[in-house]
Ligand binder design. Structure first.
Ligand code: HEC
Length: 132
C-alpha cells in the first residue's frame, strides 16, 4: 500500500464517524436505516428478475421500517413529506407486485430511490444549517 493510500484509508476511517456524528455503539436508528438499504436492494433484485414475491415481501418490510418510531429522526414538514412519499412508493410496489405488474413496480422502484436521495439531502442540509 502506498503512503497516500494509507493516509486516505486512515482519514476515511477516522473522518466518517466524526462527520456523521456517530459514536462507536451502533444505534437502533443506524440498524434500521441499514436494513432499509438491504430491502431496497432486494426490491431491485426482484424487479430485475421478475420475482414478484421478492418485491412484495421486501416492499412490506420497507413499509414496516417507515412506521418504526426511530424512523422519525427529525420533525420538519419536509421530512414528513419524504417519509410519506417513501411509504406510498413502497405500498404501490407491494400492490403492483401482487398484480404482477412489472412496469408499475419498476416505476415505483425508481420513485422510491428518488425519495432516498431527496430525504438524505434534506437531512444533510438541515444538520448543516443547525451547526452554524
Ligand atoms: C424520510 C427520510 C428518509 C428516506 C426516505 C430514506 N432515508 Fe435513509 N436515512 C435517513 C436518515 C435521517 C438517516 C441518518 C440517520 C442518522 O444518522 O441519524 C439515513 C441513513 C441511511 C443510511 C446510512 C445508515 C448508517 O449507518 O449511517 C443508509 C444506508 C440509508 N439511509 C439508506 C436509505 C435508502 C436505500 C433509502 C431509500 C430506499 C433511504 N435511506 C430513504 C432518512 C431517510
Amino acid at each position: 500500500m502506498s503512503r497516500w493510500m494509507f493516509l486516505v484509508v486512515l482519514l476515511l476511517g477516522l473522518g466518517l464517524p466524526a462527520i456523521n456524528g456517530h459514536g462507536q455503539e451502533p444505534r437502533k436508528v443506524d440498524i434500521l436505516m441499514k436494513k432499509k438499504l438491504v430491502h431496497a436492494q432486494k426490491v431491485l433484485e426482484g424487479v430485475s428478475t421478475q420475482n414478484f414475491k421478492m418485491i412484495e415481501t421486501n416492499a412490506e418490510e420497507l413499509i414496516e421500517i417507515s412506521k418504526a418510531a426511530e424512523w422519525t429522526v427529525m420533525k420538519t414538514p419536509q421530512y414528513e413529506i419524504y417519509s410519506n412519499d417513501f411509504r406510498r412508493s413502497a405500498q404501490s410496489l407491494a400492490e403492483n407486485a401482487r398484480k404482477k405488474n412489472i412496469d408499475g413496480a419498476a416505476l415505483n422502484y425508481v420513485e422510491l430511490t428518488l425519495t432516498c436521495v431527496k430525504c438524505h439531502k434534506h437531512v444533510r442540509e438541515t444538520r448543516m444549517t443547525r451547526l452554524d
